[in-house]
Design a protein around this ligand. Structure first.
Ligand SMILES: *Cc1c(COP(=O)(O)O)cnc(C)c1O
Length: 376
């Protein structure tokens, strides 16, 4: 008898847990008919703000738009330099290119996978000397852990840059008891199904305490509208979150605190089982993670991945190529000395199944496969 297949992320068990509640929430929207900007959208924005402590919340169509909306609202454009980590999902740099500005790739720290503050400082200096106009920094909270904002924010402030946090993977995490969503000028997150808080399609949100910025964001989200729907005071996009996705998220938000606890428990169990054969993920002082991914480094990654595949354990590589080496992005600059740590990580990282419903006996199977592969 072969064991049941192990999912990398298990959304079916979560769906079964929510049961009729999520069916009813969706059906309610189908029947009330306010498919665009219906009452669930405003309610979700209110609840997300209460959840993380941000003053304003703007829901939107996806996490990439969330990042792009802020750049558009701030008028970022050609000649402007925006500092992004080289080791991240493409969207972080993509939005900078959308508005015609220059993404400058900053290296990351090997033990946290997040932006290296010292390399950020050097990269800002280099960009200024090269004739670019440094305007903003977008640290990413990779794999669910907040970037080192205590180190990064003072660098940004001293240089006159504003900060947007790419929290697509970290909504629900905290740093020094402050929730993700409250660092810097703005925070962008994603509700893509595989993110820690995901909907049943695409979705995203922007968080800010800035009263002026939220007004401009509301306008940019809906075609640059003014006081009237058919008055267009700036260039915008169609960036709304569907009411149906807001209804799904309102149901998922109810179980989210419990899921965050489960994710942490499961990550700690991995740490205990795998510390002997791999360097397990490190959290910075004061940080919690929502463990969007559980990622390890292996000298011989191919061997471990092959053993997992043979044993029916799915793995994934986030991310195999630093953004500064991607065909679409290699004409953009990296900071001084390039991004050697990002290059190294791209060759060694391996992510294991991670979700709140990973049963102990299944997790033990995964740990056994990885430990025995690493020892042989
Ligand atoms: C998922 C993700 C995004 C983009 O979110 P979408 O909702 O897929 O557009 C941006 N940045 C990071 C780091 C992500 O992981």
């Amino acid at each position: 008898m072969t064991a049941a297949p192990i999912p990398f992320i298990d959304l079916k068990t979560q769906r079964a847990r929510m049961g009729a509640a999520v069916d009813e929430a969706i059906l309610k929207v189908v029947n009330h008919g306010a498919y665009i900007m219906g009452p669930e959208v405003a309610e979700l924005e209110k609840q997300l703000g209460a959840f993380c402590g941000a003053k304003h919340v703007l829901s939107c169509a996806n996490g990439t738009d969330a990042l792009g909306l802020v750049l558009m609202a701030k008028g970022v454009g050609p000649g402007d330099a925006v500092f992004v980590p080289a080791f991240t999902f493409v969207a972080t740099a993509e939005v900078v290119a959308w508005v015609g500005a220059t993404p400058v790739f900053v290296d990351v720290l090997e033990d946290t996978f997040n932006m290296d503050p010292a390399h950020l400082a050097a990269s800002i200096k280099w960009a200024r000397e090269s004739g670019l106009r440094p305007v903003a920094v977008i640290p990413v909270d990779l794999f669910g852990q907040p970037a080192d904002y205590a180190a990064i924010l003072p660098i940004a402030e001293a240089e006159g840059l504003w900060l947007m946090s790419d929290a697509a993977q970290s909504f629900g995490a905290k740093l020094n008891n402050r929730s993700v969503g409250t660092y810097g000028l703005a925070t962008a997150t994603s509700f893509f199904p595989a993110k820690p808080l995901g909907c049943y399609g695409d979705g995203g949100a922007v968080f800010t305490d800035d009263d002026e910025l939220i007004e401009v964001l509301r306008s940019v989200r809906i075609h640059g509208q003014g006081t009237d729907k058919y008055e267009n005071v700036r260039i915008g996009i169609n960036g709304r979150l569907d009411t149906m996705q807001a209804a799904v998220l309102l149901e998922k938000l109810k179980i989210f605190p419990d899921e965050i606890e489960a994710r942490d428990r499961i990550a700690n169990r991995y740490n205990a089982g795998l510390a002997e054969v791999a360097r397990v993920p490190r959290l910075i002082a004061g940080a919690t993670s929502v463990w969007a991914q559980y990622t390890l480094l292996f000298e011989d990654r191919a061997k471990i991945a092959a053993a997992c595949k043979d044993a029916g354990v799915p793995t994934a590589i986030y991310y195999p190529i630093p953004l500064s080496h991607q065909l679409g992005y290699k004409h953009y600059p990296a900071g001084p000395g390039g991004v050697p740590v990002s290059e190294k990580l791209a060759g060694k990282v391996l992510s294991l199944p991670m979700h709140p419903y990973l049963a102990p006996e299944v997790q033990d199977r995964i740990i056994d496969v990885v430990v025995s592969a690493a020892k042989h």
